[in-house]
Design a binder for this molecule. Structure first.
Ligand code: AMP
Length: 466
């Protein structure tokens, strides 16, 4: 069993790691630390949750500690680039935590915060700067930060930086940095565009990779609930009424959607906050802090705002909307499986999101079990007419399901004819349809609830608890 000591991590850092409760290095740390220690360039294929921050922060802190020198005014010796403010702040916190017995200085530079304070922080020079690319370039053009003394460059979540359109900023930064330097490059995915970007920054890099995306998915207990879009909010309230959900991160696809969901939760008395791109930096920081400290039980977030968020003990991730990019699903559910821990992810799937669910299952190579739902939620509204699934289209969705037992005198043929004439099914047929067949369809024949899991392709039992 490899220990941090075996990896040659120096004593003051070991002490800090002990305080953090790290007993053993994670696989990415075991692979990456020796390479960074040697001074080699590195490409790491790893996503948040694998311990990648410490994989680069520990050897960098070690090097800065062993070879102490002053960076010079407005300069830094290590530059870490990250796509979002939250991730930058988090990486800064990690450097401070791991290096708390070293006396090295760290500054975090991102947009939406006071330029003046950042200038002051940089005035004498610091050992480590963690920055988002846009704000860093603002400082460079105002000559409040210089990059000519950078010895080590880290690009974290490179794929996300590309997604966010930072490619031009990154290219510009590359031209300003000294050519002789060590570069560490982390990305969760490595499509050709990211390989090209890596080639621009790296010199004969060594490669390490851990936990391909699908394996995070295997650690998280997952479930999907098929639900009509209009019923998602009620379903969310019903789920969150369960006190077993200690800390939930709820994902919505849009900023407005996140706001709407959060407002309704709040007015229903749930301790909730929201985090997305339209919020000011102060609001985002406060929301995240409250959530981290356990003051807020539910955080509603959009994809971008939540990427890289590292909050311990998120017991549940709830996808109010399914993401249309399947990799995002893996990132989202990874929020509840930090550093090897497990977690629960529940996704709401409206009829028009089924194609997204299929893409997700294809990527993770596992069927997402369909969750048993609280029957009370399935009671139709008074104004709602329920039509039973008709013919093979309804059955083909769940081929393994047993035929319904007859509890009512009416035959299927009778029921179908009844429905074709535009009549609502009888109460007894409804009960039979919902309880035995386990599904229900809306007026257009869309399946709004499914109570039976797809038996085929299922790798694990749908043993989800909430
Ligand atoms: P990261 O992938 O860097 O975002 O790290 C994910 C989480 O794992 C963070 O909460 C870290 O504090 C934690 N972590 C990193 N390395 C270790 C370790 N060796 N042992 C326990 N937790 C760790």
């Amino acid at each position: 069993m490899t220990t941090f000591q075996d990896l040659g991590v120096s004593a003051p850092i070991l002490k800090a790691l002990e305080a953090e409760g790290y007993t053993q290095p994670t696989p990415i740390q075991i692979q990456a630390i020796p390479i960074v220690q040697k001074g080699r360039d590195l490409i790491g294929l790893a996503q948040t949750g694998t311990g990648k921050t410490a994989a680069f922060a520990l050897p960098i802190l070690d090097r800065l500690h062993k070879d102490r020198k002053h960076a010079g005014e407005k300069s830094c010796r290590t530059l870490v680039l990250a796509p979002t403010r939250e991730l930058a702040a988090q990486i800064g916190d990690s450097f401070r935590a791991y290096g708390k017995f070293l006396g090295l200085s760290t500054a975090v530079i991102f947009g939406g915060a006071s330029m003046h304070k950042q200038k002051q922080a940089m005035f004498r020079g610091v050992d480590i700067v963690v920055a988002t690319p846009g704000r860093l370039l603002d400082h460079v053009s105002q000559r409040s930060i210089r990059l000519d003394k950078v010895e080590i460059l880290v690009l974290d979540e490179a794929d996300h930086m590309m997604d966010m359109g930072f490619i031009h900023d990154l290219r510009k930064i590359a031209t300003i940095l000294p050519r002789t330097r060590q570069t560490v490059f982390f990305s969760a995915t490595m499509p050709p565009a990211i390989e090209e970007l890596a080639a621009q920054f790296l010199d004969r890099p060594e490669k390490v990779s851990v936990a391909p995306q699908s394996t995070t998915a295997e650690r998280v207990e997952q479930a999907v609930i098929h639900v009509d879009q209009s019923k998602k909010q009620d379903l969310l309230h019903a789920l969150l009424a369960n006190k077993g959900i200690k800390r939930a991160l709820v994902f919505a696809r849009t900023k407005h959607g996140a706001d709407r969901v959060a407002k309704k939760l709040e007015s229903a008395g749930f301790s909730t906050d929201a985090i997305h791109g339209n919020k000011s930096q102060g609001q985002r920081t406060r929301a995240l802090d409250g959530f981290k400290k356990g003051q807020t039980r539910i955080l509603v977030a959009t994809e971008v705002a939540a990427r890289g968020i590292d909050v311990d003990d998120i017991s549940h991730v709830i996808n109010f909307d399914l993401p249309n990019v399947p990799e995002q699903y893996v990132h989202r559910i990874g929020r509840t499986a930090r550093a090897g821990a497990g977690g629960i992810a529940i996704s709401f799937c409206a009829p028009d999101e089924r194609a997204y669910l299929k893409d997700i299952e294809r990527l993770t190579k596992q069927a997402v079990p369909v969750m048993e739902t609280d029957m009370s939620l399935r009671t139709p509204r008074a104004d709602e007419r329920v039509v039973r699934p008709k013919g093979p289209a309804g059955r083909s969705v769940h081929p393994a399901r047993k035929p319904a037992q007859k509890k009512h005198h009416a035959s299927d043929a009778h029921g179908n004819a009844h429905a074709k004439q535009g009549h609502a099914p009888s109460r007894a047929r409804e009960e039979q349809g919902r309880n035995d067949r386990g599904d229900r369809r809306d007026r257009k024949g869309n399946d709004v609830w499914s109570n039976a899991g797809p038996a085929r392709r299922l790798k694990r039992k749908p043993a989800v608890r909430v």
